[in-house]
Design a protein around this ligand. Structure first.
Ligand code: G6P
Length: 506
């Protein structure tokens, strides 16, 4: 990594850095660019703090070659990072989504290792780091998100040694035996160690990371704390790895699903489907980590075995388009569509397909109506950092009805112990559990759903971000030579003693 000179402070106390900005850009025929808010989970989590604390968000617009000056959007400074079409291919589709994504999801599909992709990843990470370093105020806080930007923490530290740096990995962190495949494993670990606090979804992800540090560097660790040494070998700072399971804006989803028009829409959906006795639902990005094929196969076999019948039971599978230029995603789409076509051909009736497959995404209101309409929610991921769909389903069910079938390989499984747990690789076991969910009486549904709802409503995304920022805010700020003034007094996360205890949410 090339040495960079420190840069001047910017004016924002809290800077979020993520691959995508929380807005959608559109370019009209005349080349005019306009934008609208895209209400993702992360922005919901950070928005109140960003608005209260002079916040900026650094990210990619989602389109190639779109150069746009920083602008203010709803009290948050939005700072677009430009990516060329080639960088999207090498850094985003290539290294992020065809190397790191499959590697970090336990090599469900084979990762590809290309030196050219790695070079682009480094180059683009540096661009994000430079943009963030130019925005953050002296003594402020930078919070970097996810696997696309793992080199950014160390790059920011070089440029701005005066700030606190947090990193949160939204996806799993793999065991050492798998991570060790990566030709650039040491650089990734060193990039992450530029942060003061590294957050993971599950305790096992944090332990996997600490184990990688022990094996791939000479640094010492104590529990989940890594001691980083300076050039003279003396302890310079401590980096804490810990679990902070992410959540959703549960109250918002709960409220949405209580709205009369949403409840009416839920009834309409059931009617449109011919009022089946049992509506089973899957909602995922069309991604090979989600176990969509395993789930559809299990459903098809249950119909074939006569344990479920069509049209009394029907499966709705929403599969939102994702990363469509990556080969593994194109292959998955073909596989899923072939399977759905076969099952419908074999078991569907006129006007009553066995599987309703929808390759679209839907707005939150329609999703809430679908959740309310579904008797059984199938979350059967082969590996998933958290899985927020499972939490959305629970938040929507204020009627205490419905059954969540949940893969034990999701982060959510650590928390949502009231779900019916499955191993999606075990098709027979999963079939039995699906039947169990379909047949579950109202009393047991209520008992389980209440337990699930307590957890989801209490541990919401606001608690998640407060908890992370409070741990980060307790880290002492470095006072590097050449920096004067009251570093630490301006950042939101500078450790307000009245804040709740610096404990990660479980
Ligand atoms: C996962 C990742 C996010 C990513 C999202 C959508 O949730 O953790 O970082 O933004 O998928 O994927 P995309 O490639 O469209 O941004």
């Amino acid at each position: 990594m090339s040495q960079s000179n420190p840069v001047d402070a910017g004016e924002y106390d809290l800077v979020a850095v993520a691959n995508r900005l929380p807005v959608d850009f559109t370019v009209d025929d005349a080349g005019e660019v306009s934008w609208s808010r895209s209400p993702g989970g992360l922005v919901t989590a950070l928005e109140p703090m960003m608005q209260a604390a002079d916040g900026a968000w650094v990210g990619w617009s989602g389109a190639p070659d779109l150069a746009h000056e920083p602008f203010d959007g709803d009290d948050i400074r939005l700072v677009p990072v430009t990516l060329s079409a080639e960088e999207i291919e090498l850094y985003y589709e290539g290294f992020s989504n065809d190397t790191l994504w499959p590697l970090y999801h336990d090599v469900i599909t084979a990762p590809a290792y290309h030196r050219q992709w790695w070079e682009a990843y480094r180059r683009v990470n540096r661009r994000f780091a430079e943009a963030a370093a130019a925005q953050v105020a002296r003594g402020g806080t930078v919070w970097v998100h996810d696997y696309q930007l793992q080199l950014v923490p160390a790059m920011i530290r070089e440029l701005r040694p005066d700030v606190r740096i947090g990193f949160f990995n939204h996806i799993p962190f793999p065991g050492l035996e798998i991570f060790a495949q990566l030709p650039w494993r040491r650089q990734i670990v060193e990039g992450l160690l530029g942060a003061d606090v590294i957050g993971f979804q599950r305790a096992s992800d944090a332990s996997n990371f600490v184990r990688a540090v022990r094996r791939l560097t000479d640094l010492t660790t104590r529990g989940q704390v890594v001691t980083v040494t300076g050039a003279d070998g003396r302890a310079e700072r401590h980096v804490r790895a810990a679990a902070f399971p992410i959540s959703i804006d549960s109250a918002h989803f709960d409220q949405l699903a209580r709205r009369p028009e949403v409840q009416q829409r839920a009834r309409e959906i059931r009617e449109e489907l011919g009022n089946p006795q049992t509506l089973l639902l899957g909602v995922d990005r069309l991604d090979y980590t989600k176990g969509i094929r395993h789930r559809v196969k299990a459903f098809g076999e249950l119909v074939e075995d006569g344990r479920l019948t069509v049209p009394e039971a029907t499966l709705v599978q929403v599969a939102s388009p994702s990363r469509e230029n990556v080969g593994a995603y194109q292959q998955l789409r073909e596989d899923v569509e072939l399977l759905v076509g076969r099952i419908n051909g074999d078991f569907g009736h006129l006007g009553h397909p066995a599987v309703h497959y929808l390759h679209h995404s839907y707005p939150p209101k329609e999703m809430a109506a679908l959740y309310l309409a579904a008797d059984v929610m199938l979350v059967t991921a082969l590996r998933d950092g958290m899985n927020l769909v499972a939490k959305e389903y629970v938040a929507a069910r204020s009627d205490d009805r419905g059954v969540l079938v949940l893969s034990e390989f999701t982060g959510a499984a650590d928390e949502l112990t009231g779900a019916v747990m499955v191993n999606p690789h075990d098709i027979d076991g999963m079939k039995d559990m699906i039947v169990r969910a379909v047949e579950m009486d109202a009393r047991e549904q209520r008992k389980r759903m209440r337990r699930l709802r307590r957890r989801v409503l209490e541990d919401d995304v606001a608690k998640w971000s407060r908890s992370f920022l409070s741990v980060l805010g307790a880290v002492p700020l470095a006072e590097p030579a050449g920096w004067t003034g009251s570093a630490g007094s301006s950042g939101l996360a500078a450790g307000d003693p009245t804040e709740e205890a610096a404990e990660p949410v479980r």
